[in-house]
Design a protein around this ligand. Structure first.
Ligand code: BG6
Length: 495
């Protein structure tokens, strides 16, 4: 059965997508292959066009030729020439700097021309893939050029890439700047983690089944672990990473979204704001850490070799690893620790959520005391092997009653096959169909920053003295194991 067809939705609205910073990696690696996949699946309107905007002086033909050359490298499936050619023909280019009002005037006339030629009905999707320092500038200039005004039934939307601010104050300022030229409903703050199928499946798992929700709380759950481990280092992104570090790069956005999806209450509907209201409540309920708690409940690390990477200071204090213990202060989760860890140059690439259940309450099996039983755990694997594993106890066959742990395991590919995807298809499609469910709202970004701000402050005041403190290819600094060992627990999956 063709599962893709089964899930096919309506064709997205006609529109012109303008990519700012189009000469960067994201365009060729993700955005164009994602648009191709949407076109291939019949989800992109035939009245669709792309305009790339970048500083680089390039003729339109050169821009197209470069994308055509790169496409086979980044496409997620074999490229069908008729689909690709039709898309490529509708890719345009405008060169200019983001500070120059002339750029936007040239863009405006190109947009008018393209809109007419391609029948895109005055709908513009502006995609900011520029350095974050010019997000506000571009939005402002677009506003001044009249390119954000929705009239005659057309829509104008803006997707903003991460990082959205570098701390609470800068995120608030950026929200304010964007708010001067756009309504909140026009702003789509993107988080590519929410484009991952298995992340989206967290909601289906929790709210389309009845058997998990009754135990999804402090009565049955001992603790939750969220791990996003990467084997790669900073991959030439030293310039950016030096200003970010793992806490800003991964925790405030991707990991907090995972936490929110795991911990949120059932929304009253799947309307974007109903879902986002529940997610933001969780972010707001994260117990803020006091200065002392920052010291006892957070761990930072830097892998050996980081300081010799390109564009990294030889005395860098930037963390490439973080582990945290957080609490969500509400009725469902009071007292349940959420352990988060993420890092670069770790032993294994793995993103997963582990729901660790409590032990059975009393000793029933004579020769297997309760405290030696491995409690149930449910592992939601996000990548690379997407699936769900449930571990439970079973009787080992034989005349003597002995118990052992077994696993029930479900793999996505066994049921649905591999779906070629860049992870951006769903997000682009949602923006073209005005579904903001998977995007961050202004209050969510600020709530996330509120939770990490005390950590940023203490870390800044007390620079690390022991960096680098973990071997590349390990599971991070020893203190990360200690964080859990102190509570009588250990990280799953780092044996
Ligand atoms: C990005 C971070 O947001 O996510 C990168 O900036 C990180 O540092 C990447 O490598 C991880 O994404 P994925 O999809 O490979 O898990």
């Amino acid at each position: 059965m063709d599962k893709a067809k089964e899930t096919r939705g309506r064709v997205a609205d006609p529109c012109t997508m303008v990519i700012y910073g189009a000469y960067g990696d994201l365009t060729k690696r993700k955005l164009i292959p994602a648009l191709y996949n949407l076109a291939h699946d019949g989800l992109l309107s035939k009245d669709f066009a792309v305009i790339g905007v970048a500083r680089k002086e390039l003729a339109e033909e050169q821009f197209r030729a470069q994308l055509a050359e790169e496409m086979p490298k980044f496409a997620t499936a074999k490229v069908q020439p008729e689909v690709w050619d039709a898309l490529l023909k509708r890719i345009y280019y405008v060169s200019g700097t983001f500070e120059d009002p002339g750029t936007y005037q040239r863009l405006k006339s190109t947009l008018e021309k393209v809109d007419k030629e391609c029948g895109t009905k005055g709908n513009f999707l502006h995609y900011l893939s520029t350095p974050p320092g010019v997000f506000a500038e571009v939005a402002n200039q677009l506003g001044a050029a009249g390119l954000l005004t929705e009239d005659d039934g057309s829509w104008r939307r803006l997707i903003v890439e991460k990082p959205f601010g570098t701390d609470l104050a800068s995120a608030r300022a950026l929200n304010k700047d964007l708010g001067r030229v756009l309504k909140e409903s026009q702003i789509y703050r993107i988080d590519h983690y929410l484009g991952k199928e298995t992340v989206q499946n967290l909601m289906a798992f929790r709210f389309a089944n009845v058997i998990f929700e009754p135990v999804w709380n402090r009565r049955y759950i001992d603790s939750v672990q969220i791990t996003v481990a990467e084997t790669v280092g900073v991959e030439g992104r030293g310039n950016y990473y030096e200003t970010a570090g793992a806490l800003r790069d991964m925790v405030q956005n991707h990991m907090f979204q995972l936490l929110a999806l795991v911990a949120m209450e059932p929304p009253i509907s799947f309307q974007a704001d109903a879902v986002r209201d529940e997610r933001v409540k969780i972010l707001r309920a994260i117990q803020p850490l006091s200065d002392d708690e920052v010291l006892s409940r957070t761990v930072r690390g830097q892998y050996k070799g980081y300081r010799t990477e390109k564009n990294v200071s030889p005395a860098s204090a930037t963390e490439t690893f973080v582990a945290l213990k957080l609490y969500v202060d509400n009725w469902r989760w009071a007292g349940v620790p959420f352990y988060l860890r993420t890092g670069k140059s770790l032993k294994k690439r793995i993103s997963e959520v582990v729901i660790q259940f409590k032990r059975p309450p009393f000793t029933l099996f004579r020769d297997t005391p309760v405290d030696t039983l491995e409690p149930n755990s449910l592992i939601l694997q996000i990548q690379p092997d997407e699936g769900i594993n449930m571990s439970f106890q079973a009787k080992i066959p034989g005349a003597v009653v002995r118990l052992g742990g077994v696993e029930m395991s479900f793999k996505y590919t066994d049921y649905f096959g591999a779906t070629p995807s860049t992870g951006y298809e769903r997000l682009l499609y949602d923006c073209m169909t005005a579904d903001a469910t998977l995007f961050h709202r202004a209050d969510m970004v600020e709530a996330g920053w509120c939770a990490v701000q005390p950590i940023l402050d203490v870390w800044k005041a007390l620079p690390p003295r022991n960096f680098p403190n973990y071997e590349a290819g390990s599971w991070g600094p020893k203190e990360s194991e200690d964080l859990l060992a102190h509570d009588g627990r250990r990280w799953k999956g780092s044996e």
